[in-house]
Design a protein around this ligand. Structure first.
Ligand SMILES: Cc1ncc(COP(=O)(O)O)c(C=O)c1O
Length: 285
């Protein structure tokens, strides 16, 4: 594996060594926290489910009225170029589109595009085997369907999460749950129906895949999920690009199901890993 010193990034039109990738202080991401991004997992030279991430990146940009300086095809080409050049085993690739260099520190002019790639660590086996504890917090992101760079609430809650011996915080609005700062949420009802909140969520790529694979074995749906539903659930888990399917065994003071990761969650994790491996082998053909 390469050290960070040898990595390359795409920075405002060109591929440069990572330590030479910079933004000027006039950028609206710095001045006003204005920008969008997306994050793709890469196995070897294969960015997994790339088209889904590109769709979401373009949708986030559109929702924030930011014009991408590259066409979708040019962006894809640049990603493959960078992935080849960096040659990492398992990595995360981040595309960031900012408000750009603004004359008055407020009005967007020409958005800036940066792409970075770093080695990625997946959740430890012990976290998967034991499951995690989470807490809840009443909050909805400003534009839940867009992946903006504003994670202020999630970051402010880190100390509360730690103080309560938890790993993550689940957002809800008056008892109707939505998502985590960086993950989607699922419950498994007593009849094995797999449910994920329908509203006020980022359309997670892992969420989409898990809904698909869950639908092969069980009933799977997007629906309203309340804190009360969680208390009645047989299992709960979160999904994200980096965490895949991670079982949840405690929500605030409530133990979920048996207090151990459930069979449905673990089966979905195995199915997701198989789907990822399938992507890598298809890309090699
Ligand atoms: C707010 C939010 N919800 C959910 C997710 C999970 O999405 P994905 O599965 O595409 O990683 C993310 C990813 O970072 C996120 O930022």
């Amino acid at each position: 594996m390469q050290s960070n010193a040898k990595l390359f990034a795409y920075n405002l039109g060109g591929v440069v060594p990572l330590d030479q990738a910079f933004l000027h202080i006039s950028d609206l991401s710095i001045q006003r926290g204005y920008g969008v991004f997306d994050f793709v997992k890469v196995h070897g030279n294969t960015p997994l489910f790339l088209d889904d991430y590109l769709d979401r990146f373009l949708s986030s940009a559109q929702q924030m009225e930011l014009q991408l300086p590259l066409s979708r095809e040019e962006l894809k080409h640049t990603i493959f170029l960078l992935v080849q050049k960096n040659g990492l085993e398992v990595s995360g690739l981040k595309m960031i589109l900012t408000g750009g260099y603004s004359d008055d520190g407020f009005t967007p002019v020409a958005p800036n595009l940066l792409i970075t790639q770093h080695p990625l660590t997946l959740p430890t086996q012990s976290k998967v085997e034991n499951g995690i504890k989470i807490i809840t917090h009443d909050y909805v992101r400003e534009i839940p369907t867009a992946k903006t760079i504003n994670y202020s609430m999630g970051i402010r809650l880190i100390s509360q999460i730690k103080a309560k011996g938890a790993e993550e915080v689940l957002y809800h609005r008056q008892g109707i749950v939505s998502e985590f700062p960086r993950c989607n949420f699922f419950i498994v009802r007593q009849d094995n129906t797999v449910v994920t909140p329908a509203e006020n969520v980022l359309p997670g790529v892992t969420r989409k895949r898990v809904l698909e694979i869950a639908g092969r074995r069980y009933r799977a749906e997007q629906a309203k999920v309340t804190l009360e539903d969680i208390a009645q659930a047989k299992e709960a888990f979160l999904t994200s690009t980096t965490k895949r399917v991670l079982p949840i065994v405690q929500v605030d003071d409530t133990i979920i199901g048996t207090g151990k990761p459930g069979d449905v969650s673990l089966a979905l994790l195995q199915d997701l890993i198989a789907l990822e491996e399938e992507q890598v082998s298809v890309a090699k053909v």
